[in-house]
Structure formats: structure tokens, C-alpha cells
Design a protein around this ligand. Structure first.
Ligand code: FDP
Ligand code: ZN
Length: 284
């Protein structure tokens, strides 16, 4: 039997050039908002519709969930896998022509689910080059995606570098809690700031240079901004598979199960030492 996970990865990779080309001319906002109440760009909706069609076309995929739509869409067949996507993470960067990405997770069973139910996860990064990072069976692979959707592996077994170098934290500084601000003042004397405003691009800096990325719970929004299922689980799965750690401030994001599909969570990923210190700082 063919490999259904590989089929999902292939479908996302072959859709990436279409998403990328579709960015041109789709920089204006749609009338509506996504289920998290955020304005949607035409490019968000376009990427979501392309991925829905291509992923549900795979026999083994029975459900498609996305940050850009309310319910899980079911296929007619008898597949057992569910795919959750953030079709265009960091799409507010489209206006300023900065990097953004596509994020996905493959689950064995219905959604919402625990991060431990992830079979594979990955992201496409639309930077100066289109790259794809996939985590499966504890191994992380980085590829370059060419214009025809074909992939060339460039890193066989991607792991975090030994030395952490960069950090990036979201949210307005006055909105940070005192405990988090104290932690950041330690980190900023040790690492250098890299924050671009698109989670995938910012986490890829951590995968490349080492360090920590986070979007914390805020004073007026303790649940933070990022979504556990669509952003937290896959990025945690990738970073943990690359030898790093993830946290919601208390425990691994993979150990968390959202009660609702679009639930938000504080999110931290990166070197284990920095994630451990973060958890200790927030518990004081
Ligand atoms: P965006 O709103 O552009 O989609 O997905 C949410 C997200 O981007 C993340 O990619 C990014 O890390 C975060 O929001 C950035 O939020 P801020 O604008 O508050 O920094
Ligand atoms: Zn996102």
C-alpha cells in the first residue's frame, strides 16, 4: 500500500509553488474574518482552498481542518487521517513583502486531538527560497522546493545547533507579565534579537541558529495569540524532533489537547535550557 503520510507531504510540497505564485495580486483583505476573529487576506483564503482540495483528494485523508475555517471538513471516503493546517502563517507580512509559511500536522484520528497523536508535521517557508521542513518518526528533513513542486533534500537530519544564538518574542512589551519580562531581560543579555512577525520564519531562525522563539500569554490575553492545534502542535513536533523543547509555559505543547479547534495557547519552542528556564521563571 502507498504511504499516506508521504502523500500528504507531497501534496503540500506540490501546492507550495501555487500558493507562492498566488501571493501576487492577493494582498488585499477579504470582507470576513477567520474563526479567531482575524482579518483574512485573499491569499489566506486562496491557500486554504487549494490545500483543502489537494489534501481531501488523498484517499487516506478523511478530514481537513484549517485556521481559516470553522468546522472540520470531511471527505466521503473511508480514510483514517486528519490534516490540520495554517495555510498562510504570518500573512500580515504580505503587505510588507516579508517571509511567511504554510504549516501542517497529520493526525491519526479525529480533531481536536493531543499533540501526541501527530504522525508527522511540517512547514513550507516562502522566503527568498521556498524550503520545506518535515518531521516524521523523530527525524527532521529540510528540502528545497523547486518551481514545479519537486523537492531536493538539503539537510538529512536537521537538529538544533549546539550553541543557542537568537531569540524572538511576540506581543507588546507593556502587555508582558512581570515574570515573563524578567525572563526576557536575562535572555536579551545572552542572545540576539530576531523577530520578523511570522512564526514559521522566526522558528526557522531558531532551527538554523539555535535559541528560543515565543509568543507569551499577555496581561489582557492570558491565552496568547497562537493556536494550539494549527500552530502549537506542528511547530512543537518539529522542534522537539530536532532535539529541542516546546512549552505552553508549564509543559510540552504536545501533551496539550485543545477543547476547541481554534483554541489559543502561549507558545515557546527552542533550546531545552531556555525552555526549562522559561518554565521556571513563569512558575515563580
Ligand atoms: P499573522 O497574524 O500575520 O498570521 O499566525 C499568527 C501570526 O502571524 C504568527 O505567524 C506570528 O508569529 C504572530 O501572529 C505575530 O503576531 P504580532 O503581529 O503580534 O507580532
Ligand atoms: Zn499562523
Amino acid at each position: 500500500m502507498s504511504d499516506p503520510i508521504a502523500a500528504v507531504v507531497d501534496a503540500v510540497a506540490s501546492t507550495a509553488p501555487d500558493v507562492r505564485e498566488g501571493l501576487v495580486g492577493r494582498r488585499t483583505y477579504e470582507a470576513g474574518a477567520n474563526p479567531s476573529g482575524e482579518r483574512q487576506l485573499e491569499a489566506d483564503v486562496y491557500a486554504d482552498e487549494l490545500l483543502e482540495a489537494r489534501l481531501l483528494d488523498i484517499d487516506a485523508v478523511t478530514g481537513y481542518a484549517s485556521e481559516e475555517r470553522e468546522p472540520v471538513v470531511r471527505a466521503d471516503g473511508e480514510g483514517q487521517y486528519f490534516v490540520a493546517t495554517d495555510p498562510l502563517d504570518g500573512s500580515s507580512n504580505l503587505r510588507s513583502n516579508n517571509a511567511m509559511g504554510t504549516l501542517f500536522g497529520v493526525y491519526d484520528g479525529t480533531l481536536p486531538a493531543s499533540g501526541d497523536d501527530l504522525l508527522a508535521s511540517g512547514f513550507v517557508l516562502y522566503g527568498p527560497i521556498t524550503t520545506m521542513v518535515v518531521a516524521r518518526d523523530g527525524v527532521v528533513t529540510e528540502s528545497v522546493i523547486d518551481g514545479d513542486g519537486s523537492r531536493r533534500v538539503v539537510t538529512e537530519n536537521l537538529t538544533l545547533p549546539d550553541e543557542p544564538t537568537v531569540y524572538g518574542f511576540g506581543g507588546r512589551v507593556p502587555q508582558w507579565t512581570d515574570a515573563f519580562a524578567d525572563y526576557v531581560s536575562e535572555v536579551e543579555s545572552e542572545l540576539k534579537l530576531r523577530y520578523g512577525g511570522a512564526m514559521i520564519a522566526d522558528v526557522n531562525q531558531v532551527l538554523t541558529y539555535g535559541g528560543i522563539f515565543g509568543y507569551p500569554g499577555l496581561r489582557e490575553r492570558p491565552e496568547g495569540k497562537l493556536r494550539l492545534l494549527f500552530e502549537g502542535h506542528p511547530i512543537a513536533h518539529i522542534v522537539e524532533s530536532a532535539g529541542g523543547a516546546s512549552s505552553n509555559g508549564e509543559r510540552s505543547l504536545l501533551a496539550c489537547t485543545p477543547e476547541e479547534l481554534h483554541e489559543r495557547t502561549p507558545l515557546f519552542v527552542g533550546h531545552e535550557t531556555y525552555v526549562d528556564r522559561l518554565e521556571a521563571a513563569l512558575s515563580r
